[in-house]
Design a protein around this ligand. Sequence first.
Ligand SMILES: [Cu+2]
Length: 157
Amino acid sequence: MLRKCLSLVALSACLLPWSAMADTIDVHDAWVREMPAVAQHSAAYMVLENNGEETRELVGGSSPQFGRVEIHESVEEDGVARMVKQESLRIPAGEKVVLEPGGYHVMLMRREVDALRDGDYVDLELEFDNGARKMLRVPVRKAEAGHGGHHGGHHSH
Ligand SMILES: [Cu+2]
């Protein structure tokens, strides 16, 4: 039984009853930026809300559609936008952290499927510091006009 369990899910999920794993993070308004056909990377945005009584940290993620998932923050230095990888993202108890264009985002790297279009979905698993994992089915959308951002690259129109 244990061996079978190990092969299916992470160790932490096997050893803790599901009640103890009850995660206190709610995800709202998640979306993935539509990518140009040639792009290998995109980003997921969302609001993470901590309804628990302890600070939680988002420590990573994975997606079957991408080779690598990282937590990034977009920063601007001397007028140049760039992204800084974060080891984790703190979500204090009772607070919300907003991941949005120009700020924090879940970076989706090395696309392994066909181009993702408005209306498609990205399966994204988020990992937290207490071992909790959260599976999300995140819709792909065109970036809103006016949200310039730096992920989209050059548009042809
Ligand atoms: Cu990024």
